[in-house]
Write a protein that binds this ligand. Structure first.
Ligand SMILES: *Cc1c(COP(=O)(O)O)cnc(C)c1O
Length: 391
């Protein structure tokens, strides 16, 4: 059975009304702090941590377990835990698997707030953070020290979309006993299977494509069997959990992930090709274009592309001129986050600690939503005219 079919048939719910079986296609939603025990003996078991069922509202109620199991299956992992946001999934993974005296390597294109956490919080715990080039592969060997504990990847990475050679990196990491973690948000587990490429832990901002409707924040962490117990224990101690309403919405999003991604992929590629031919545009940075610097690696490791990419202009326009272009867009909302049904735009110059092809350049990032791609292209065309006027 294809993955997308399996997602649709994930779970139906069985209960009873007046002694008759009640089945609904969608699962029930529990709002709970207190969970009632049937007998005092169950409470005794809960008191000593040996009760098998849920003991409290923070105990991974059925909807959260359903989301976690869906992601575990898609990633081909052993265990998943859900967090209140993608950033929370990232920061808790870093805290769970590293300790005082460790050295960690991060790709230079990892999600900005995650990098900020590494720079500003991890040193408090005597963890040394080092950034490596965003397009790194086997050269990672030169950065590994005796105390290197973790390599954190994001491919394609935030805003500049460089791709890492994951199998080359994981082969070296395994030789040195280094944990590899990847932020797999861009590809989703449908278009990249990092664990099959040797990665130990895969993270998602469920906020993006998996939920797909820009109406919730959630993250997941999926591990291989070797790393599951540590995450499970850590998670239990910190009493982290995802809200029942958000789990419901995430599960609803998962059912349509496959069909939504196909549309995002087709529309984004069409617009990327047309932008590549546009006289005002210099580079279109989209991994599925043959012009992308790591296109061949993308083709080898990924089974599809999604709707988020960037481009640069031929000319170094003033911030004011670019603002005239962005403000003229009628169908693209100006705002952070991505992966939802509405097209969005952001602009930025991205500082990196290692050499970057796009250093100092103004990057226009587009989230291609589910609108008709002709309408989106027309909108971009009319906005380019404002840029000419404002230059
Ligand atoms: C948005 C994003 C995150 C953070 O997710 P939130 O749920 O918004 O906290 C992490 N990684 C990547 C690549 C993202 O784009």
């Amino acid at each position: 059975m294809k993955e997308t079919t399996r997602l649709i048939n994930l779970d139906c719910s069985h209960n009873e009304v007046s002694g008759k079986r009640l089945s609904t296609i969608n699962p029930p939603l529990y709002h709970a702090s207190t969970v009632l025990f049937e007998r005092c003996e169950d409470l005794y078991l809960a008191n000593t941590g040996s009760y098998e069922g849920a003991t409290y509202g923070t105990d991974r109620l059925p909807l959260q377990i359903a989301v976690e199991e869906a992601i575990t299956r898609l990633e081909g992992g052993a265990l998943t835990r859900a967090f209140q946001s993608g950033l929370s999934a990232i920061t808790n993974t870093l805290l769970a698997y590293t300790g005082s005296g460790d050295h960690i390597l991060l790709c230079d294109n990892v999600y900005g707030p995650g990098a900020r956490f590494c720079r500003s919080v991890l040193p408090q715990f005597n963890i040394e953070v080092e950034f490596v080039p965003s397009d790194i592969g086997a050269d990672i060997a030169g950065f590994i020290r005796p105390n290197t504990r973790m390599i954190f990847l994001e491919s394609p990475g935030s805003n500049t979309f460089e791709i890492q050679d994951i199998p080359a990196i994981t082969a070296i990491a395994r030789q040195h006993g280094v944990i590899t973690v990847i932020d797999n948000t861009w590809a989703t587990p449908l278009y990249l299977k990092p664990l099959a490429l040797g990665v130990d832990i895969s993270i998602h901002s469920v906020t993006k494509y998996i939920s797909g409707h820009s109406d919730l924040l959630m993250g997941t962490v999926t591990t291989t069997a070797a790393y599951g117990e540590l995450l499970s224990d850590y998670y239990h101690c910190l009493e982290i959990y995802a809200s029942a309403d958000d789990c419901y919405k995430a599960l609803r999003g998962i059912k349509t992930l496959g069909v939504r991604l196909k549309q995002h992929e087709t529309a984004a590629l069409e617009i990327a090709h047309r932008l590549e031919a546009h006289p005002l545009v210099a580079e279109v940075i989209h991994p599925a274009l043959t012009s992308h610097p790591q296109h061949e690696i993308w083709k080898r490791d990924f089974t599809g592309s999604t709707g988020l990419f960037a481009f640069t202009f031929m000319q170094d326009y003033s911030d004011q001129a670019i603002a005239a272009f962005v403000n003229a867009l009628k169908l693209f909302g100006i705002g952070y986050s991505w992966g939802g049904f509405k097209s969005l735009v952001t602009v930025g110059r991205y500082q990196r600690s290692t050499p970057s092809l796009y250093a100092g350049k103004n990057m226009i990032r587009l989230n291609i939503g589910l609108e008709d791609e002709e309408d989106l292209m027309e909108d971009l065309e009319q906005a380019f005219n404002h840029l000419r006027e404002g230059a």
